[in-house]
Design a protein around this ligand. Structure first.
Ligand SMILES: [Zn+2]
Length: 315
């Protein structure tokens, strides 16, 4: 058996994922994890490419994976296939035409290569200005060997595409009842046939679920602070307009405090002024408080992680 990689074959889906991720994050660095198979003829097959995760760091000349996310997703995706996928290596984007690994890259590549007796593969993407992927086999102790790339599902044995829970294997515990499946078209397809009603229902469903998830999320506190900010600014504006005259302040006091039917009761200017002031202070206070709560809810994980780091620094 060849211990080293001779060439790398990407499935259409895997190669597409690299291109998609590169251009999506352009001009920042990004990357991903390669999953697939190592054949005994030195051919490495990349079936899936995992995204780097939402806690990754994407910068112009720097990139870091969200390790927890990647480990989690790798487990999930690799076991979906009848022939489970293995971790093959990684890829990442470099700025300009730089296709040489940095010291940090060497460390990362070494870590990956040590996980498998056959080493790992590591790819570099450059957009200078066209998309270019350079692939290396990484052995340990650290040594790079540039390898050729092929792309296409047709180059990969069909068995590798089989998923574990194929209905024809009888593994589906609850097969769907047979129903008439009418031929549908995607709304934006070139032939222009769109099922408008379905499309609109679909759209409103998507908008509905987006609103629900928004309300459900940590952003709801930002919404509250935004609303209270609007109320605060409006009452501050009313106050600024009224503050020149005693009559104005009294009128504002009645708007803010008086109950219907009781507003004929004469109120001293000092009381009206005090209460109006108090109201303005309260709304400002509430706005700031809700903003603080929103920021806390949004960034509490980072805050706790930071506190943990500080704790480890203190002996
Ligand atoms: Zn790099």
């Amino acid at each position: 058996m060849h211990s080293n990689c001779q060439y790398v074959v990407f499935s259409d889906r895997a190669y597409n994922a690299i291109i998609n991720e590169s251009f999506k994050l352009h001009p920042n660095e990004t990357g991903g994890i390669l999953l697939g198979h190592i054949l005994d003829n030195g051919c490495w097959i990349v079936m899936e490419v995992l995204p780097p995760g939402w806690n990754s760091v994407f910068q112009y000349a720097y990139f870091e994976y969200d390790e927890r996310f990647v480990n989690y997703l790798a487990q999930s995706v690799a076991t979906e296939y009848e022939q489970e996928l293995s971790l093959l290596g990684l890829w990442h984007r470099h700025p300009g035409d730089n296709d040489i690994f940095s010291h940090t890259d060497n460390d990362t590549n070494r870590t990956f290569a040590e996980l498998n007796i056959h080493g790992a593969i590591s790819g570099l993407v450059n957009i200078d200005p066209t998309f270019r992927l350079t692939m290396f086999h990484v052995s340990h102790p650290l040594h790079y060997n540039k390898v050729e790339i092929e792309v296409g599902d047709s180059l990969i044995p069909v068995d590798y595409f089989k998923l574990k829970h194929y209905p024809e294997k009888g593994l589906n515990p609850m097969p769907p009842t047979h129903r008439e499946i009418t031929e549908g078209v995607l709304p934006n397809e070139q032939n222009g046939i769109t099922l408008e009603i379905n499309d609109n229902i679909q759209k409103s469903k998507i908008i509905g679920s987006k609103i629900l998830s928004f309300l459900d999320s940590k952003y709801v506190f930002f919404l509250i602070s935004l609303i209270s900010l609007v109320i605060t600014l409006f009452s501050q504006h009313l106050y600024n307009t009224a503050k020149g005259s005693a009559e104005g302040i009294k009128a504002l006091y009645h708007v803010l405090y008086a109950k219907p039917g009781l507003d004929t009761f004469p109120v001293p200017y000092s009381v009206a002024s005090f209460k109006v002031h108090f109201f303005i202070d309260c709304v400002w206070f509430f706005t700031l408080l809700s903003l603080l709560v929103a920021l806390f809810v949004r960034y509490r994980k980072t805050l706790f992680a930071f506190a943990k780091d500080i704790k480890t620094l203190i002996p």
